[in-house]
Write a protein that binds this ligand. Structure first.
Ligand code: NDP
Length: 321
């Protein structure tokens, strides 16, 4: 079996940026873009509308268009893209073995860019209003005209929910924070900011159970988690901030993960506990979670891989492909 220099698993901004850099370094990277696993190929931006904070696009760009352009750039630099889900990896032997549904390859190096999936509640009406009022990222979508000068709701009580609620006050007239218990998990500082903000109203013991409207979201049905009482809330936006799940199931037992399941990387690098395996993007970052930071860490991973591959076994490795 032909041994690949570098396999990249995942195709969000981290994966494609790693592919562009590795391609330019003439490593001929093989990218498993994914198919069903972790959503659609291209990652979380494929389900976003306008991206207005990615540098270089002063008028904004849609998430799918941005990913299409990154993909084209990766292809231009010689990346081999395969639209298939990786179902198994074996990092215990070298070369590593990466098994997808329809292909198995060996590789000297692997960059993991499988991202994270925002948790959803799957309430009634969610699919209908997804991107038409319902979103899982206020920082990505909050500035859309859909949410300007209207009332919106955020579900969750952690730091993400607090940050998103505060962010949304720039655009929305009122932000309703729906918290399922009687306490916030967010840091004290964030809690104080929430309590002090005149545009934020906290609804304790509240969860949304359905969304309704006419083409765009117009309201939610709320359930009181203590009493079971049902009430209505007129809002044009609903933002889920109930956490993310890192897409690391594949790597459990081989790569060191933190308590939340994110890959642990060393210091400022993208190095994992296994030499020759790097991790970039949201799969190892639950702090920033932005397209541009994911792209930046994809670049770092490719540079680290290039250096490692040229030191490890040096030319004999690179001449295999
Ligand atoms: P968290 O897990 O901290 O919080 C999730 C919140 O969502 C909790 O309030 C939880 O409620 C609620 N929730 C979970 N499931 C449901 C559900 N089914 N229905 C209703 N509510 C639900 O996730 P975050 O994304 O907020 O934060 C993740 C990590 O990232 C944390 O460590 C956080 O501190 C960190 N972070 C740091 C930031 C910063 O420093 N600036 C910014 C953002 C995140 P309950 O409390 O009842 O379980």
């Amino acid at each position: 079996m032909r041994v690949q220099n570098l396999v990249i698993i995942g195709s969000g901004p981290a994966g494609y940026t790693a592919a562009i850099y590795a391609g330019r370094a003439q490593l001929k990277p093989l990218v498993f873009e994914g198919f069903n696993a972790g959503g659609v190929p291209g990652g979380q931006l494929m389900t976003t509308t306008e991206v207005e904070n990615f540098p270089g696009f002063p008028d904004g760009i849609t998430g799918p268009q941005l990913m299409k352009q990154m993909r084209q750039q990766a292809l231009r630099w010689g990346a081999n893209l395969i639209t298939d889900d990786v179902i198994k990896v074996d990092f215990r032997q070298r070369p590593f073995i990466i098994t997808a549904n329809e292909k198995e390859v060996q590789a000297f190096g692997v960059i993991i860019c499988t991202g994270a999936t925002a948790k959803r509640l799957h309430i009634l009406g969610e699919d209908e209003f997804w991107n038409n009022g319902i979103s899982a990222c206020a920082i990505c979508d909050g500035a859309s005209p859909l949410f300007r000068h209207v009332e919106v709701a955020v579900v969750g009580g952690g730091d993400t929910a607090a940050e998103e609620a505060l962010y949304l006050t720039k655009y929305a007239s009122q932000v309703h924070l729906l918290v399922r218990s009687d306490q916030l998990r967010a840091s004290k500082t964030m809690q104080n900011r929430l309590f002090a903000h005149p545009q934020i109203k906290i609804h304790w013991h509240s969860i949304p159970i359905s969304a309704h409207g006419n083409e765009i979201l117009q309201g939610l049905c709320l359930k009181n988690t203590l009493t079971g009482d049902i009430s209505q809330l007129s809002v044009n936006g609903l933002f889920y901030a109930i956490g993310h799940i890192p897409n690391t199931e594949l790597f459990k037992g081989q790569i060191t993960l933190d308590a939340q399941g994110y890959i642990i990387t060393e210091g400022k690098s993208t190095t994992t506990n296994i030499s020759g395996v790097w991790a970039a993007g949201d799969v190892q970052d639950h702090h920033y979670r932005q397209a541009v930071t994911a792209a930046g860490s994809g670049c770092m991973a490719a540079l680290e891989a290039e250096r490692w591959l040229s030191n490890y076994g040096s030319l004999s490795i690179l001449s295999v492909v």
